[in-house]
Design a protein around this ligand. Sequence first.
Ligand SMILES: Nc1ncnc2c1ncn2[C@@H]1O[C@H](COP(=O)(O)OP(=O)(O)OP(=O)(O)O)[C@@H](O)[C@H]1O
Ligand SMILES: [Mg+2]
Length: 485
Amino acid sequence: MPLINIKNLTFGYDGSDTMLFDNISVGIDSSWRLALAGRNGRGKTTFFKLLRGELPYSGTITGVPETVTFPCEDLPDVPEWRVKKELNLLGVDPDIMWRPMETLSGGERTKLMLAHLFAQDGIYPLIDEPTNHLDRHGRETIARYLASKDGFILISHDRDFLDICTDHTLVITRTGVELTQAVFSTWWDNNEARQAGEQARNDQLKKEMSSIDAAMKKNAQWSRKAESDKSRNNSKVSENHLRRVYEASRAAKLMSLSKNLEQRNERKLEEKKSLLRDVEKTEKLKIEGTVHHNRTPVRLNDVTLLRWGEPVAEHISLTVEAGKKISLQGPNGCGKSTLFKFLAGRGEEEGITVEGDAYLAPGLKISYLSQDTSSLKGTLYDACAERGADRTQFSTILVKMGFTKEMLYRDSSCLSLGQKKCVMTALSLCEKADLYIWDEPLNYIDVYLRREIERLVKNSEITMLFVEHDSAFAREVADYEFVFE
Ligand SMILES: Nc1ncnc2c1ncn2[C@@H]1O[C@H](COP(=O)(O)OP(=O)(O)OP(=O)(O)O)[C@@H](O)[C@H]1O
Ligand SMILES: [Mg+2]
């Protein structure tokens, strides 16, 4: 069976203070349906680039078949009938082949790209996060489609999705990679159990570490005292010679004993510190919204939403109650993001207007988290300044999200997709708003952070209107929902 063999792979980006891969070795059978998972910024997308030989590395990678990637800039040239066949399997009208890319919805675009990928023979697809922007139905269709294929690597943060369409799992962890011959959930459950054990052990270690630390301090006191006794005694001319010799040798012995002890304790501490490393942690985030005095700050009654004068959605009725979290649901392309842009006052540039009875409380402070991250420009501090956010608060949030200080000075083009989304989220968390409008906040965000954002929104006294296709989030967080037909 075709085996991709990775030996002693070591790689870190130039100018970055972290090594993404440090001497890793792993074998991958290219007929597996392999899930590639791991937290934001761990190097999943980079791993694809390394497999494709697009970046210089040390170590060896052999046996990689010819690869194709998703997403791709240009559609590969493949016989039409083959693409048609794949589109049929994906349950989408093959006529989309003839439509200009920019007129296709996110879901249609994804399906068209996948159809072109799998219409080729003898190639090895490297698929990077295909589910973002897809509604629930779209995710299920693509999951079933991929489950019927052989041999690919798939990156995703969607646990249910991975479980349906993969059979092996490779996880990039804090310290290396872990390969499991099972679906992601199996790895996750085992890992949770292991982490719980590790946490308990770590708590124990911390206790031991502090008692070693106390012992070291005591030791230092002890030897200092012996040393000062020695010098005091030396200065007493009245003491007899023998006693002085005895005291001096006792002090020397104590000194060397204490040095040994100290070295041993330091070694122990280092050992224990390194054991502490492998636990994944998520720091608690904060949000401080204000609750508007108007009990219903947004009221839409049978409103029509238009783009450049063309109706996008009709008969929209929706009420936002202060202090509630409201989930807006509906299939791809039904106008959810268009409505959000209008409410957030961003409609003008895209010709978005409304007709009908639309009320927004005057002076309502809105914080808008857009679906895409393309507006991020310059360094992270530039983005922070442009938004007028507090620099300290902004960097504190990002560090909690796992960013290093050095990354804050980097250009945002060097960030992973998930990291870009983290920056946008951090900017919104810095704002004190009456209403948070969040458009698919969890796209590209890793499972750990998803849970923390879920906890945060759920337990905060804020008003939020959101679209999120991750059903667990909507279920946990929403006080009520509106469905767009
Ligand atoms: N061109 C670059 N120059 C410097 N650093 C980079 C560059 N591209 C990515 N990085 C950094 O390398 C790390 C890994 O990035 P990568 O895109 O591989 O992560 P990922 O695992 O795919 O994350 P995500 O889940 O967010 O997509 C990140 O910390 C990122 O900021
Ligand atoms: Mg990535």
